[in-house]
Design a protein around this ligand. Structure first.
Ligand code: CDT
Length: 311
């Protein structure tokens, strides 16, 4: 029996700072309808899909920052998305800012959830590789304060059985790190879903503009091939509050090839019929981990964080 999963990558265009959550959810519902018409069973939305990318601004007002967070999921505005997706029998992956209330403390994470076709949350991931900086940096044209507003995720890189396969998630900057995919690969992951908000310019250092899209696709394509998995990469794109973000949302096969790609930087849905068995031959041959990995030589990967050249 073939295990074909029709997936939709639901790219979102810019979200203004004052755009209400309810309006964003309406845009997501419009993409969900297109996905349904194309017989999708799973729709992947971007990182921090419900709001503007607020880490571009510095503030010491925690109340202002918390207004971008969700303290419940589903919440008052997102319940409609859960209900409508379940009515259509479509699952989804959603990125959002999570405010978690734990005994005696509040915690804040950059989070993705996986929701099954019945509207049940079956997986959660909290972003591990937080990019940027923790304090205001005046030399930057805009800030990237994820290290200020979020904690490092505490769930590792779990995978989940669902949609007839083994599913994993990561978020934006995680896609650039080979460890992200490999830790999921070692758990047999067959599809990795991720959202991203990637500014068109590197605000920390000069870098030619074309490299932003090149590195975006390069890292996801390498992760797909080196682990024999499908990768669904979904952008929040376009000029958002004066900062241009790349699009390039795409569906990547386990061969590392892009099989579908968005053409715009606005709200746009692309789809593909993903055969979840397609990566098997890669994982049985070139990247047969059990046969070829040499863990006795990989100790530094977990023992050392930064580089230390020889004396
Ligand atoms: N959201 C996110 O992780 N964006 C980063 C930009 C890093 S620039 C400090 C990315 O990897 O695309």
């Amino acid at each position: 029996m073939t295990r074909t999963l029709t997936v939709g990558a639901a790219q979102l265009g810019p979200i203004a700072r004052d755009e209400p959550r309810g309006r964003v959810v309406e845009r997501m519902l419009a993409l969900l309808e297109v996905a349904d018409n194309k017989r999708c069973k799973l729709v992947v939305y971007p990182e921090l899909a419900l709001t503007t990318f607020f880490p571009r601004w510095f503030t010491e007002d925690q109340g202002e920052i918390d207004s971008f967070f969700e303290s419940e999921m589903p919440g008052p505005e997102t319940q409609r998305l859960f209900d409508e997706a379940a009515r259509r029998g479509i699952g989804f992956c959603l990125g959002y800012a999570e405010l978690a209330e734990e005994p005696g403390r509040l915690r804040r994470f950059n989070t993705s959830i996986l929701v099954d076709s019945g509207g049940n949350i079956i997986g959660k991931y909290r972003k591990v590789h937080l990019p940027g900086h923790g304090e205001y940096e005046p030399q930057r044209p805009f800030q990237h304060l994820e290290k200020r507003y979020f904690e490092v995720g505490d769930l590792g890189f779990p995978v989940f059985r669902g949609f007839g396969g083994i599913m994993g998630m990561c978020i934006c900057n995680d896609r650039r790190w080979p460890e992200t995919y490999r830790v999921m690969g070692l758990q047999g992951v067959e599809m990795v879903m991720l959202g991203y908000n990637t500014p068109q310019i590197n605000a920390a250092v000069y870098e030619p503009g074309h490299l932003r899209m090149f590195h975006n696709h390069l890292s996801m394509q390498a992760g797909a091939y080196q682990n024999g998995v499908w990768v669904i990469g979904v952008a929040k794109a376009g000029v958002e509050e004066g900062v241009e973000h790349i699009g390039g949302s795409c569906i990547i096969s386990p061969t590392g090839e892009i099989v579908a790609q968005c053409r715009t930087t606005g709200d746009e849905l692309i789809t593909y019929d993903c055969d979840l068995d397609f990566g098997r031959y890669i994982r049985d041959t070139t990247f047969n981990f059990a046969k070829h990995r040499r863990i006795e030589h990989y100790g530094l990967i977990t023992e050392r964080t930064g580089e230390i050249p020889p004396p």
